[in-house]
Design a protein around this ligand. Structure first.
Ligand code: UDP
Length: 480
């Protein structure tokens, strides 16, 4: 058949948060390059946190008016459930309008095969249904946490949720390895808003035409089995995306500070603790001091990411201060001395994948966002886990107890625990625990590499996904 006749168009709608934008753009880049030009890509996106089109010259970008007020934008890190709920409401009409008037009516473009949208953007299912457009869901966070979200109605009915203080350590019924305290939660001031969001995400995924997850079979066999039981739609495990995709860091909303790479170049192999808590997590000034003192007392060299907005309880006076001098005053003198002696480096945003691949990195102290977790595994770096919200508690449990490639700070941020954990994790003479952990994490790294080679599980899943996309046809008859 003529190549031109076979061409299809994919419509994409990402969730405008850093940890969701990265994997969506990585996936789209993978699909585009795998199709060898047979897929034309149109990315419809909110105005908030809009991606930079100049980094993706092969794709078309269409911005829709999200109508978010300043206070709603600020809720994107403070009350993520409320933010996502508002976005799901405000985008319905602009998205529908964009599909009808700017995409489906274009006769000179290839036919639209389907929509791929983020699981959190559940409103897109109803819009797609109304236009007879097949929708495939991308779940960017961990597959096991999606199993957790889907279990909420049942867990609520049986009285496990809201979780009582006395039952935090109890196992979650029917989800192996998880404790009730590990259940995923999207940051919210109002738990009802969160429960509704979880239900909408689950139900609209059940109503979709398929589910793509960023994982690989040998890592997440159990999660994939449970997902298959929960969602009766085809599931495609084609991860780890960032290893398949050449567009790894171009979707960064903040500019990575490359100076930390020259600093890492001067450090000994496996000697540095890389500390980063992703794009949303925030902490109090007192907790930052605990982190700093934990690092100082562990006597390990460190690369610490302190993004702007990370400190949650800045006073009004402090808000106007120059960030650098503010941090220097806030951080303990001993930490500043380590930096002056060349034993530490602080940046606002790091080129994380490059950092994790650097030979001087010995440990990744992470909040266990799913992207960070996969990035750590793929570089074979053991982890110290300090989960905060979302799927992070689920991921930390799997890192520490199932894959056993890290430890978890179970009692929050306390300098003594931090010091002890870092000393256990870093290279020292006769550190058998670390050696055994290194064997396991290197095995996972190898599995991540193998799954993408011909015959590997993700390679095959990607092929299946491509076939599935090309067999979809929106069969749309919209005319202007
Ligand atoms: N990231 C980065 N530089 C940093 C911190 C994070 O490039 O200094 C990237 C990281 O590589 C990952 C993403 O930001 O791809 C964070 O996603 P994750 O799911 O780990 O956490 P979230 O930000 O959603 O909490």
């Amino acid at each position: 058949m003529d190549q031109q006749l076979q061409r299809r168009r994919l419509v994409i709608f990402p969730c405008p948060l850093q940890g969701h934008i990265n994997p969506m753009l990585q996936l789209v880049s993978i699909l585009h390059s795998h199709s060898k030009g047979a897929l034309s890509i149109t990315i419809v996106h909110a105005q908030f946190n809009s991606p930079n089109p100049s980094n993706y010259p092969d794709f078309n970008f269409l911005s829709i008016t999200d109508g978010l007020s300043q206070s709603e934008i600020e809720s994107s890190t403070k009350d993520v459930s409320a933010f996502l709920t508002i976005l799901n409401r405000k985008c319905v009409e602009p998205f529908r309008d964009c599909l009808v008037n700017k995409i489906l009516s274009q006769k000179h473009e290839p036919p639209v095969a389907c929509l791929i949208s983020d699981a959190t953007m559940h409103f897109t299912q109803l819009v797609a249904d109304s236009l007879q457009l097949p929708r495939i869901v991308l779940r960017t966070s961990s597959p096991m946490s999606f199993v957790g979200f889907a279990a909420f109605p049942d867990l609520r009915q049986k009285g496990y949720v809201p979780v009582r203080e006395s039952e935090l350590e109890a196992p979650v019924p029917e989800i192996p390895h998880l404790k009730l305290k590990d259940l995923p939660v999207i940051k919210s001031y109002n738990s009802e808003v969160f429960f509704q969001l979880a239900a909408d995400m689950t139900n609209q995924t059940k109503a979709s035409s398929g589910l793509i997850v960023n994982t690989f079979e040998s890592l997440d066999k159990l999660a994939l089995e449970l997902l298959n039981k929960t969602f009766a739609v085809p599931i495609f495990a084609v991860g780890p995306f960032h290893k398949f995709s050449s567009a790894s860091s171009s979707s960064s909303l903040m500019t990575p500070d490359q100076t930390c790479i020259s600093w890492l170049n001067k450090q000994a192999p496996s000697s540095v603790v890389y500390v980063s808590f992703g794009s949303i997590a925030s902490i109090s000034k007192a907790k930052l001091v605990e982190i700093a003192m934990g690092l100082v007392n562990s006597e390990q060299s460190f690369l610490l990411v302190l993004r702007s907005g990370f400190i949650i309880d800045k006073s009004d006076d402090d808000k106007d201060k120059n960030e650098e001098s503010y941090l220097t005053k806030l951080l303990p003198q001993k930490l500043n001395e380590m930096i002056m002696r060349g034993r530490g480096c602080i940046v606002k945003w790091a080129p994380q994948q490059e950092v994790l691949a650097h030979p001087s990195i010995g440990v990744f102290w992470t909040h266990c966002g799913w992207n960070s977790t996969l990035e750590g595994i793929c570089e074979g770096v053991p982890m110290l886990c300090w989960p905060c919200f979302g799927d992070q508690m689920v991921n930390a449990r799997f890192v520490s107890q199932v894959w056993r490639v890290g430890y978890q700070l179970e009692n929050g941020l306390q300098r003594g625990d931090i010091e002890r954990s870092l000393k256990r994790l870093m290279v020292q003479e006769n550190n058998k625990e670390r050696e055994e952990m290194m064997v396991r994490v290197k095995d996972l790294k190898e599995m991540a590499e193998l799954c993408q080679k011909e015959g590997g599980s993700s390679f095959q899943s990607l092929q299946n996904l491509m076939d599935y996309i090309f067999s979809r046809n929106s069969d749309l008859k919209i005319a202007n």
